[in-house]
Design a protein around this ligand. Structure first.
Ligand code: MLT
Length: 312
């Protein structure tokens, strides 16, 4: 019939550029990871993979955009642990945060760092905790909205310090970092993919890494346990998703491209320089990502319900 091509005549996928939505501002940690992955995937797919930043509302605006996109393999989402926390944190969402996506594969797990403006009057983590206890809401804590990694880490830190700070939300920790460097906000907890270079340059003050071991990329920075907050450990997982309903053959082709990207030497070297690493190949698959994602939702639900902290 007119306008309908026989199935066998369909152009092979992909035959045009692919968009990957980053649900946070440009220049931040998710953006940094995504640009490296997108470039390397584009080489494998022989098309350009374009990054689009759709920031706001803790990553839910960008996620909604992809959940509601045509499931044809040309609109993807690269998102982090927020995919595990959002279904419990947000009581009203315009999209299905549990079932609205077809995972392509896990990408990386990123440590975090507790940092502050460089002139904050605290020389180590114990002094920072003491300052937070003394100044409380007079201190500003920057984050990327409810559901952001920086939000989660900030909650853990304020709980450990047993004192609240004033939250200043941004569309991503890229712009938050600019304000931290400028000294208009005081404290942040953010991923090493955004903080490593600023720490090395002395543009911000670092107090701890949130991992059980020190990082080769920041060997002089103590762990939270070494610095006096044992138990405050957090890493931020990232995965790639297509909208639910994307044909399995396309999801599998994307997973193969993701695996090729994660084997790329330049990508691995840059990840290492920023304190992280690609996941093992078998985790960059739809099944592994689906299992990990759903387990993370189940893990966070009781924690968030117990804390009683919701967004609407
Ligand atoms: C970002 O890319 O801006 C961050 O991942 C935000 C965050 O979750 O803290």
């Amino acid at each position: 019939a007119f306008g309908v091509a026989p199935a066998g005549a369909q152009a092979p996928y992909p035959n045009r550029p692919i968009t990957v939505v980053v649900p946070f501002a440009a220049g931040g940690p998710t953006d940094t990871v995504t640009r490296l992955v997108a470039e390397a995937m584009g080489r494998d797919l022989n098309t350009s993979v374009v990054v689009e930043n759709v920031g706001g509302a803790g990553g839910t605006l960008g996620a909604a955009r992809v959940a509601q996109a045509r499931p044809d393999g040309y609109t993807l989402l690269l998102h982090h642990i927020g995919m595990g926390t959002t279904p419990s944190l947000y009581r009203r969402l315009s999209y299905d945060a549990v079932g609205g996506f077809a995972p392509v594969g896990l990408v990386t797990e990123v440590p975090m760092t507790i940092i502050a403006r460089k002139d904050i009057p605290a020389g180590n983590l114990a002094e920072l905790v003491a300052l937070v206890r003394q100044q409380r809401e007079k201190l500003n804590y920057a984050n990327a909205g409810i559901g952001a990694a920086s939000h989660l880490c900030g909650l853990l830190f304020q709980k450990a310090a047993d004192a609240p700070m004033t939250t200043v939300p941004y569309r991503g920790t890229g712009p938050a970092m600019t304000d931290l460097i400028g000294g208009t906000v005081d404290v942040m907890c953010d991923q090493t993919t955004n903080t490593t270079e600023q720490i090395r340059a002395g543009a911000v003050k670092v107090f701890a890494v949130t991992t059980p071991q020190r990082l080769p990329s920041l060997p002089d920075v103590p762990t939270t346990a070494e610095a006096g907050l044992p138990g405050m450990e957090v890493t931020i997982w990232h995965a790639l998703y297509a909208p639910k309903g994307t044909p399995e053959a396309i999801v599998n082709r994307l997973s193969a491209a993701l695996q090729a990207a994660l084997r790329d030497q330049r990508l691995a070297a840059r990840f290492a320089d920023l304190g992280t690493a690609p996941v093992a190949q078998e985790r960059a698959t739809p099944a592994a990502a689906q299992a990990f994602w759903q387990a993370d939702i189940a893990k966070w639900r009781p924690v968030i319900e117990a804390a009683g902290q919701y967004a609407d």
